[in-house]
Write a protein that binds this ligand. Structure first.
Ligand SMILES: Cc1ncc(COP(=O)(O)O)c(C=O)c1O
Length: 357
């Protein structure tokens, strides 16, 4: 499954996690695969007993959940959504519904490399797409510019400091634009570089995901932090039962459980460091004295990304071994999800076999 540029495939993007299709493609039964294709923690928040009435009743937004989210994310301006993906899909319409501007006149700046659902959303709505490698400068930005920052970036792991984004917000506010910061992977960053505490500002939107750090991508819950004006408008665009009751119940407990959160932090640091060391030994050390071969490793506590000139060949060869990682959109890198200790042993064995083949 090789990635296509966005304009060749506006219907569906590949993000990892499509093991069924890969297993069929390589004719290897599902249970024989080691699936490290996502950036979701391999250790998830334990599912508590859920009272029967939560399953039976239509979900209403739980005050307890919002209070827990305010404390965990350190903001008063927050709403639950069915995954941060739901916000990514709705932001362009939110903009168009409540401003009287034509999308083709508005520049939307997106990272050249990064989670492509942002681009798809703004592009499909007719906005003027621009790409950046380094954040756009004052000279780049025009009136009403919208800048999307994924912090830390998926898959590069690049992290912008709080200070840098605070300065960018000032510039954008002066141009009556929007700054959209996707902090889906921020929970593992120490010290925290979130700018969620600034969302009283009407020009700032911060997205948070529960799926990654808490390892609960399947329950489909995330958060948007923005000025109350925008939160109300977005609520009006959402479905009446936006987030299911069990997801709200579990997430309230997860957000309140500080002991579990700090254990999770420690575990992810340990496991991601081990993964980085394994990738270094396998792919970087053999080339230490090499002749300018451009291989590098980046990432964060939820994934590690190997930039490699033979990424596509490696991806295919790994698939033949039953190892599924994420071939990045540019076909120049492989993103490895963090393996749990059992998965780590299998990965180490597969990589050793790979080196000797
Ligand atoms: C950078 C980024 N943002 C947002 C999402 C959406 O996550 P969710 O809808 O599970 O919160 C993803 C999913 O992979 C992602 O990688």
């Amino acid at each position: 499954m090789i990635n296509k540029p966005i304009n060749e495939s506006t219907t569906r993007l590949i993000h990892g996690g499509q093991l069924n299709e890969i297993a069929e493609l390589y004719s290897i039964p599902l249970k024989k695969w080691l699936d490290l294709s996502t950036g979701i923690s391999p250790i998830s928040y334990p599912i508590p007993n859920i009272p029967e009435n939560i399953w039976q009743q239509l979900p209403q937004t739980s005050d307890g959940l919002i209070e827990a989210a305010k404390r965990y994310y350190c903001t008063e301006n927050i709403n639950a959504t069915s995954g941060s993906q739901a916000v990514i899909a709705r932001l362009p319409n939110l903009y168009l519904n409540y401003t009287n501007k034509s999308p083709s006149q508005i520049d939307v700046w997106l990272p050249e490399v990064g989670y492509k659902e942002h681009e798809r959303s703004w592009c499909d709505a007719g906005f003027n797409i621009k790409h950046y490698n380094d954040l756009p400068s004052c000279e780049d930005l025009t009136l009403y510019s919208i800048v999307v920052v994924i912090n830390p970036n998926n898959p590069t792991g690049e992290l912008h400091q709080q200070r840098t984004l605070t300065d960018l917000l000032k510039k954008i506010e002066a141009l009556s634009g929007w700054l959209v910061v996707d902090e889906a992977f921020m929970d593992v960053i120490q010290p925290n570089q979130s700018i969620i505490h600034l969302t009283e500002n009407k020009h700032l939107f911060v997205l948070r995901s529960v799926g990654k750090f808490f390892g609960l991508a399947g329950i489909r819950i995330g958060f948007l932090s923005a000025n109350q004006y925008w939160l109300e408008k977005l609520k009006a665009m959402a479905s009446p039962w936006e987030v299911n009751g069990p997801a709200q119940f579990i997430t309230e407990q997860a957000l309140n459980n500080h002991q579990w959160q700090s254990r999770q932090q420690q575990t992810l640091i340990t496991l991601s460091t081990q993964l980085e060391e394994l990738l270094t030994t396998t792919f970087l050390k053999p080339f230490n004295k090499g002749e300018g071969i451009k291989i590098s490793i980046s990432g964060c506590g939820l994934f590690k990304t190997l930039i490699h000139p033979q990424a596509t060949e490696l991806f295919q060869s790994f698939c033949r071994q039953g190892l599924y990682v994420r071939l990045c959109d540019e076909n120049n890198a492989l993103r490895f999800g963090i393996p749990n200790p059992k998965q780590y042993k299998i990965l180490a064995k597969l990589l050793a076999q790979h080196c000797h083949s």
